[in-house]
Ligand binder design. Structure first.
Ligand SMILES: [Zn+2]
Length: 381
């Protein structure tokens, strides 16, 4: 006997609703994870710039220095329950605590929704499992993808906060982040999460389209025989190349432009931030991210100019946004023939680097001619 068509439709709708509820439940879980990560970020943010130990002594009130008990240290909840005051002395708890916790929670939710729910990274593996994911059965591999980027996003948020606060990014944070990123690169080598497509042969002038991984592209293509697909050594090479590119690009830009303009451009902390992010994304995206970062940088710069006049501007937040934007735009960017030529053809790569340096020199000289050499500002740490 066949079921009535309306009953079939009703059953389907109910199932879809149940699935949507399951996915929503995961978003709540991710939000709770995020606010906990936010409280860790707060904790590091207050401690590391002062070079205090992370582990001793434990969390304490900024006013009376008495230890904070675990039940008074719950993200968001404790601030609300205590009405923003210390239980022992009644001193104000900085509003920054709940704000950063909420921000990190929302950041995690946004990341999960976009990368796992909607596959903005364009990963073939997630595309294959999209029905499962929509039904709330998140494969372990998807959690690994989310986990890596959640850790990267937390480090980017922490470094951006430090940069906004006193225009400095502590090296212990970026070094730790770099090591974590390199560990990710070894654990999840390109094309992780592998959907098993055949790798395209190299024929003709334009390098072929590659399957996108958590690390969007391998360090080089075609893969050398000693760096086989999915091997830890390919992962490490990809991560190390990203680290190196992150270290060098900002320094090169800064040095070239600064030399022509007669000033120091960007802080050293910015280069450290990109070194860290490079370990998480590989060298091609990190190079591109330096340029993508110019767009949020320009917006922030205009906002700063309107609000505070011509003040030095921390570039860390723009770089962090640049990294995320580049990763999310990768399905579009990686598809472009021009980019594949630039990143996989040594001749093109060399000529782009050469013309970039020439452009920076010209821009620096032009600004120097138009604005003159500014008085020597105090150098940033
Ligand atoms: Zn207190």
């Amino acid at each position: 006997m066949r079921a009535h068509p309306l009953a079939v439709l009703a059953g389907r709708a109910a199932r879809r609703e149940g699935q949507a509820r399951m996915f929503f439940l995961w978003l709540v879980v991710v939000f709770v994870l995020g606010i906990w990560a936010g409280s860790v970020i707060n904790y590091c943010f207050y401690r590391l710039p002062l070079e205090k130990s992370l582990f001793w002594p434990g969390p304490r009130c900024a006013h009376c220095l008495r230890p904070i008990r675990w039940y008074d240290n719950m993200p968001l909840l404790s601030y609300a329950l205590l009405r923003g005051r210390c239980r022992s002395c009644g001193g104000r708890i900085s509003l920054r605590h709940p704000v950063v916790e909420l921000l990190t929670g929302l950041l995690f939710v946004g990341l999960f929704y976009a990368e796992i729910g909607h596959n903005v990274l364009g990963l073939p593996y997630l595309q294959m499992h999209r029905a499962d994911i929509a039904a709330g059965n998140i494969p372990a591999v998807a959690w690994a993808v989310f986990g890596c980027h959640a850790v990267l996003a937390s480090f980017l948020l922490l470094t951006s906060l430090c940069d906004l606060d006193d225009m400095a990014i502590p090296l212990p944070i970026t070094l730790t982040g770099t090591l974590v990123g390199l560990a990710c690169s070894v654990l999840f080598p390109w094309p992780f999460p592998d959907a098993g497509q055949a790798l395209p042969p190299v024929s003709g002038f334009v390098p072929p389209r590659l399957p996108t991984g958590l690390y969007p592209w391998p360090v080089w293509y075609p893969l050398p025989s000693w760096l086989p697909r999915g091997s830890p050594q390919l992962g490490l090479a990809t991560g190390l190349a990203g680290t190196l590119a992150g270290m060098m690009v900002i320094r090169l830009v800064r040095f070239t432009y600064g030399m022509a303009r007669g000033i120091e451009g960007l802080g050293v902390g910015d280069a450290d931030l990109m070194m860290m992010a490079g370990a998480f994304v590989g060298w091609q995206p990190i190079v591109l991210a330096c340029f993508v970062a110019a767009f949020p940088g320009l917006l922030f710069g205009i906002a700063q100019l309107l609000r505070h006049g011509n003040q030095p501007l921390p570039f860390g937040p723009s770089l962090a946004l640049g990294v995320v934007l580049t990763l999310w735009l990768w399905p579009l960017l990686g598809d472009s023939e021009a980019l594949r030529l630039v990143f996989f053809d040594p001749g093109f790569l060399g000529s782009i680097v050469g013309s970039g340096v020439a452009f920076l020199l010209l821009a620096g000289l032009l600004f120097r001619f138009l604005l003159g050499t500014p008085p020597k500002a105090e150098s940033r740490p």
